[in-house]
Write a protein that binds this ligand. Structure first.
Ligand SMILES: Cc1cc2nc3c(=O)[nH]c(=O)nc-3n(C[C@H](O)[C@H](O)[C@H](O)COP(=O)(O)OP(=O)(O)OC[C@H]3O[C@@H](n4cnc5c(N)ncnc54)[C@H](O)[C@@H]3O)c2cc1C
Length: 442
């Protein structure tokens, strides 16, 4: 059993007093607990305990593979198994986790809790679409299975339910069969936001994986310029014969001083990154880690934001219903003047089954924002744009939204809360985020 120190943090640096208890005996440590934590890759307070709770279980050491059927790809495992480990074991056997987020340091429990999406959302949906069954510990400590056939309301509320419906002990997921463990990737420069939205839609027609990086500091005609990325699993005949080996990783050695990241340095980085890409499209075989998880190459990269940390604002804007929403969002962002060197754009497919699943058809934008005096004001402003457009924000990234904004965006909230009341009538399962956004008692 391991315990961390006395403060728990989200990936962006949001802190709460408390300790995480890790053990490979997840059924024991979740007994009586109010929330379970994975690898802490959610940015804000979704994996932090509510005020007054000192200790929460962490599932990362409960990472056994329980069964695998090599004819169907059905994998059953404990909730702490990470995507990194699944890819290490299964990629060389021509199977992949079906939905890959921007980092592979994510547990099965965390993937289900946030109902994660990836570059293939427009085709394969969220991870929830690939989950067959789960074993949960409920608030009253009983164990229960849920699936589309059994306790389906609990199943749907748990996908994207941010740990608020029960502790996930085991997950059954169907892996994706792939022709080779390598990626065929293409990338090209795009000159502005209208062109970007069009290029994403165009790529989505023939590519399973699409996304883009945008320069979130330029204004005027260049607003929304960036680099579009598209890819597919390489065919056996185009790929190298050997499976890819894990990339060598660097690590940020200490927390950077706050002044390192300022609008000048971010502007310089964005300019460099955009112009470094050749004018012509780049094509070729890529390592799956570089394609899916480029940020993982630098461990603890979050420390470059300094002690004050950062937040991410990720929203989805239903462009088809209210055209121009993405442009108005970016204009509000650039007017805020904080600058972000990570701004990811993606067109989403259909809404997930999860009652609080984030994606819905539209354009998703994710921007990192350093924590400064103005950050709260900027997040409020961005949320106003999201509300105006009829969009919503991603809970796994959020640290600063108000209950008022979130509840106004989330038409499915009543149904979610009704399921929670049914399975947890005393309201025991809570997080720092559910106290902030859903009005749960502290
Ligand atoms: C660099 C980076 C890139 C990212 N890119 C993407 C992306 O492309 N797409 C995307 O969807 N997300 C993305 N994310 C967010 C990340 O996928 C989610 O935050 C994910 O939930 C993190 O998993 P975790 O194991 O660290 O869980 P944690 O952050 O520890 O927990 C996340 C939530 O799941 C709950 N939870 C965890 N384990 C359990 C369990 N066993 N039982 C019940 N509840 C549990 C927690 O209570 C919490 O509410 C990214 C994050 C980073 C840092």
């Amino acid at each position: 059993m391991q315990t961390s120190d006395e403060t728990l943090q989200g990936w962006g640096g949001t802190r709460a007093a408390g300790i995480e208890i890790r053990s490979d005996d997840l059924p024991s440590i979740t007994r009586g607990a109010v929330l379970t934590r994975g690898l802490g890759r959610s940015y804000g307070d979704s994996a932090l305990p509510p005020p007054g709770t000192h200790q929460i279980p962490g599932c990362a050491l409960a990472d056994r593979i329980l069964s695998f059927d090599s004819s169907t790809g059905v994998l059953r495992a404990e909730a702490g198994l990470s995507i990194e480990e699944i890819q290490r074991v299964f990629l060389p056997r021509n199977w992949s986790f079906p939905v890959l987020p921007g980092t592979q340091f994510v547990t099965l429990g965390g993937a289900v809790g946030a109902d994660i999406h990836g570059k293939n959302h427009h085709i394969d949906g969220t991870i929830g679409n690939h989950i067959n069954e789960m074993l949960l510990r409920l608030a009253d400590d009983s164990l229960i299975r849920c699936s589309r056939k059994e306790n389906d309301d609990l199943f749907r509320a748990t996908l994207g339910g941010m740990g608020l419906t029960g502790h996930i002990l085991e997950v059954e997921v169907t892996l994706k069969r792939i022709p080779s463990p390598w990626i065929w990737a293409e990338s090209e420069r795009v000159t502005g936001i209208d062109a970007f939205i069009e290029a994403l839609a165009d790529a989505a027609r023939s590519w399973p994986y699409t996304a883009g990086w945008m320069d979130a500091l330029v204004r005027g005609d260049n607003l929304g310029r960036g680099i579009l990325i598209r890819g597919r699993w390489a065919g056996a005949s185009e790929a190298p014969a050997r499976p890819p080996r894990p990339k060598r990783r660097l690590s940020v050695p200490f927390t950077f001083p706050g002044w390192v990241l300022n609008s000048l340095s971010v502007r310089a980085f964005n300019n460099f990154y955009f112009h470094k890409h050749p004018r012509r499209a780049k094509r070729g075989i890529a390592h799956p880690e570089s394609f899916f998880h480029p940020l993982d190459v630098v461990r603890r990269w979050n420390l470059i934001y300094g002690r004050r940390g950062f937040t991410q604002h990720q929203c989805v804007l239903p462009e088809k219903e209210r055209p121009g929403a993405t442009k108005r969002y970016l204009e509000a962002l650039t007017a805020g003047g904080l600058g972000s060197f990570l701004c990811v754009i993606k067109d989403c497919g259909s809404e997930g089954e999860g009652l609080l699943s984030f994606p819905r058809p539209g354009i998703s934008i994710a921007v990192d924002l350093p924590m400064r005096a103005r950050t709260q004001e900027i997040v409020n402003e961005l949320n106003e744009r999201v509300l105006e457009a009829g969009g919503r924000i991603y809970l796994a990234k959020d640290a600063l939204s108000s209950a008022e904004h979130f509840q106004a965006m989330e038409s499915r909230l009543e149904e979610f809360q009704a399921v929670r009341r049914r399975w947890d009538p005393e309201g025991r399962l809570r997080s720092a985020q559910s106290v902030r956004l859903l009005g749960d008692p502290a």
